[in-house]
Design a protein around this ligand. Structure first.
Ligand code: UD1
Ligand code: CA
Length: 560
């Protein structure tokens, strides 16, 4: 039989540290339900919020209690659940056990399945939680365990008072007149702290019981012996006399009370913590609430979030003080942002590292590293393995993959860089392509430091461009360029004067040419010298001086 004060060891000596929450003997996470209302091929508990499956949230909280046994009850989609538990084991540094409930015969039956995989001699508190209640935190569970220990309870229920208790089991405290259905008594009872007498399910409740606003969250602490004894009585013939023909775990409250055991409760003052997910509307609700809480945490830690409603962060994201997140920013996975960096607007980063003081504007990045004071965007695509050095730049309509880009190196416009290593302080001209794939094999391009790649270059890998080298506009580089040399490959320009008038007579182009010829004065100035190296700003490079004829004959695209 249950000891009134289970805090005493068999020899009567008190267990040290009972003022603190004791480590539970077991935590059981129920996750066998089908989740019909999700209309999904993915089991409900594997749907994600803030970068983690619902079940992952539940198990992180459960594992934080350091229970001796951590058991997940799976049923529907158990193969997918098993795979996920394998992934989660690394995060939790422990392997949760999986108990299978082949048929969903109620919460009592589910817990019985779990207890079958826990050694029968286990004693002490057993925590029951749900895999679809993602906001429940370890602190709340610890409070529940503490109240359970301090109260010397056989069972302790986490309850909540809801404005709309529809669908939940109602908590009936001692003093509530069970036989009359509560007629004439205040449903919440005169004594808010009275022990619990029973929990009655929505489908089995009288109209008066339905008026009770204190509900069962579905989270409990049971003494192991009370739990085992009660479950065996539920599964005995005639033990499931309820509207749904299921084995109700909640019936154990009435059973314990009837046995003269104390059933306590802790009212959860934050109803969000016990909200369960049954459909995708609730999934969106808890996702938004968790996001609000994460952003509130980061704002209090010194992060500016311009529009919290339009900013999303995963639980694994780390943000430093003086980071600014602009609207439309989504930070996923293990993304971290260092002090003073600005991210957004409209930027999605997954598993990225953003350096101090960097700026990342309208960018999509995956598994990439952005150096301190570097500039990315607007409209950049960083694919896995991009590493941009300090004060480097990946600019507008630039895609980079699996490449190291040295400090101070700039790739400002309209360029693809794949499988490259680029040194420091180099510049890649507008509209260049690192041709890394010959249709069969991917190869690397190596570019040194202080290199000036001309505009519209094609670098056909494998190729190496030495330190301090230049390449001409429009060059197709197929062979190595030694340090300090200029490589050109665009052919000489041929001009066929009067071609438009002869071959396109009468077209708007021909008329425009005619007009230009009429307006041209005989002493018209020649075109100014071409700006061979762009604006000297480390931006677009049009190295077109190779023929020595200059005068605008081989200009690369001009820098705006
Ligand atoms: C249950 C409680 C109710 C409480 C509510 C809180 C019972 C009888 N009722 O009701 O008092 O207010 O939770 O959300 O316990 N599950 C299994 N196997 C089963 C049945 C359920 O693993 O055979 C799991 C589900 O996957 C789910 C959880 O248990 O995670 C709760 O099951 P659900 O059917 O949602 O219980 P409710 O009827 O909502
Ligand atoms: Ca439910």
């Amino acid at each position: 039989m249950h000891r009134p004060d289970h805090r005493a060891e068999p020899d009567g000596a008190p267990v040290p540290g009972t003022a603190q929450a004791p480590n539970p003997a077991a935590v059981v996470v129920l996750a066998a339900g089908e989740g019909k209302r999700m209309h999904s091929t993915t089991p409900k508990v594997l749907h994600e919020i803030a970068g983690r499956a619902l079940l992952g949230h539940a198990l992180h909280a459960a594992a934080a209690l350091a229970p001796e046994h951590l058991v997940v009850v799976a049923g529907h989609g158990r193969d997918q659940v098993r795979d996920y538990l394998g992934v989660l084991a690394a995060e939790l540094s422990r392997e949760p056990m999986m108990a299978i409930q082949y048929e969903q015969r109620g919460t009592g039956h589910a817990v019985a399945c779990a207890m079958d995989s826990v050694p029968t001699n286990v004693t002490g508190p057993v925590v029951i939680t749900y895999g679809d209640v993602p906001l429940l935190d370890a602190a709340t569970l610890r409070d529940l365990l503490t109240a359970h220990a301090v109260g010397g309870n056989a069972v302790t229920v986490l309850t909540a008072e809801l404005d709309d208790p529809t669908g939940y089991g109602r908590v009936l405290r001692v003093g509530w007149d069970l036989t009359s259905g509560g007629a004439g008594t205040d449903p919440t009872g005169p004594d808010d702290d009275a022990p619990l007498a029973a929990i009655v399910e929505q489908t089995d409740a009288s109209p008066a019981q339905l008026a009770v606003r204190e509900v069962n969250s579905g989270v409990y602490v049971f003494e192991a012996d009370v739990l085992r004894g009660g479950l065996s009585r539920l599964s005995a013939p005639g033990g499931t006399a309820n509207a749904q023909g299921e084995q109700y775990l909640t019936d154990l409250v009435g059973i314990a009370h009837g046995d003269g055991l104390r059933v306590g409760a802790v009212r959860c003052t934050d109803p969000w913590l016990v909200v369960g997910v049954n459909d995708r509307v609730q999934l969106a609700d808890v996702r938004a609430e968790l996001n609000r809480r994460l952003l509130t945490h980061w704002m209090r830690a010194g992060v500016t979030v311009v529009d919290p409603g339009a900013t999303w962060v995963d639980v694994g994201v780390r943000l430093a003080p003086d980071v600014t997140l602009l609207p439309g920013t989504q930070l996923h996975g293990t993304t971290s942002v260092a002090p003073g960096a600005k991210v957004g607007p409209d930027t999605t980063l997954t598993d990225c590292v953003v350096g101090a003081g960097a700026s990342v504007v309208r960018t999509h990045g995956i598994s990439s590293v952005i150096g301190d004071r570097a500039n990315v965007g607007p409209f950049s695509y960083l694919r896995p393995g991009t590493r941009l050095g300090d004060a480097g730049k990946i600019g507008t309509f630039v895609e980079v993959k699996n490449s190291d880009i040295g400090a101070g190196t700039k790739i400002p416009h309209l360029t693809y860089v794949g499988d490259a290593t680029i040194g420091e302080q180099s510049n890649v001209g507008c509209s260049s392509v690192f041709v890394n794939y010959d249709g069969v094999t991917k190869r690397r391009t190596v570019v040194g430091s202080h290199v000036r790649i001309g505009s519209d270059n094609t670098l056909v890998a494998p190729v190496t461009i030495g330190d301090g080298a230049y390449t001409g506009a429009g060059a197709v580089i197929r062979a190595d360029v030694p340090p300090g040399s200029l490589a050109v490959s665009a052919g000489d320009q041929r001009v066929i004067e009067g071609w438009v008038a002869r071959r396109r007579a009468g077209t708007p182009a021909a008329l425009a040419a005619e007009k230009a010829a009429a307006h041209a004065s005989p002493d018209a100035e020649e075109l100014g010298p071409d700006s061979v190296f762009g604006e000297g700003s480390g931006e677009t490079v049009g190295t077109g001086a190779d023929t020595g004829r200059g005068h605008g004959s081989q200009l690369g695209p001009s820098t705006p």
